[in-house]
Design a protein around this ligand. Sequence first.
Ligand code: FE
Length: 380
Amino acid sequence: MVLITNAHVISPDVDMPNAAVLIEGGRIKDVIAAGAPLPKADSTYDAGGDMVIPGFIDMHFHGGMGCEVTGDNPKAVEIVGEAKLKEGVTSMCPTTLTLPEERLAETLAKVEAYRKAPTGSKVIGTHLEGPYINMECIGAQNPAYVRGPSIEEIRRLKAISPVALVTYAIEVPGSLEFTDGLIQEGILPSCGHTNATFAQFKAGRERGLKRLTHFCNQMTRLHHREIGLVGAGLYDDDVCIEMICDTIHLCPDMIRLAFKVKPLNRILLITDAMEATGLADGNYSLGGLDVVVSDGAARLASNGALAGSTLQFNTALKNVARETGLPLAKIIRTTSLNQAEELGIKDLGRVAPGYVADLAVLDKDFRVKAVFVDGVRKLG
Ligand code: FE
């Protein structure tokens, strides 16, 4: 048994200073309030008053530390998985780009090898971002490999390694039937890189498409005569929105607006991090396209389009706390519980008895001091 003492436990709707967390067999056995007697344990970790929160789940990122998940480096997933742990991310969905099927298959093979023996964050499943997107909302995806939706291709890729979610444009011909196929395969559908109208999205939503990839970025803007997908994200209470809270992809006012109008159980913080994450400004690439990172903002060298972020997950939470002023016990569900619920995982996302002991210890400035994965201290 492991005992974490002097813990400021923050979990959805829970804020317990001076608490303790008892871990047994990789799961949380008890959360002990201040003043209650502490049980004996085999080892103790003194959190020193720091926050003990559920480990983050990052459902959308492409790389970090100079590596791209879809890149040539055979150790890319391992390097990024270990770097994610330093941000407090304990589970993740490595994310691909618009690439040929052979390249996606190679990436899934790499993810699968790591998934079986993770040295850092655990893999839930891969996020396929593209290739079935709209050319007019290409962003930093490679137009050379955009194609129409194919559930057969998804089945072939899923046979290599679990696919957790697929980002595609619902207005592309065949996408409604493709939505049915994803749901049959147990894969989460997510709409992105799209210029769908509100009505087109509604047709998808009626088939089970209830998620928007990097909300506001590369999607139909809100217009007063056509509220588009930004309108859908804000209006539809059952639609989950991914948010890149780096204050670049979404300005602070948009962060505040979304947190004001959306039910908090429908917001998913993500990083959308690319390979420059954790490194200095300079020249990098994304899916084979040249990218320049300046003041932490990654943009395509060719046209200045945003090309992923250099955001680290703990900083995303810090930004949301600062910009919204909401209590941490409220916003903390946007970093892991909502993700777990969406993916149908019932024992992740809370610091509560019975839940997997995936925990991050953060100081007052949101720096990661320690991380526990399955009850084992991996960092700190
Ligand atoms: Fe994207």
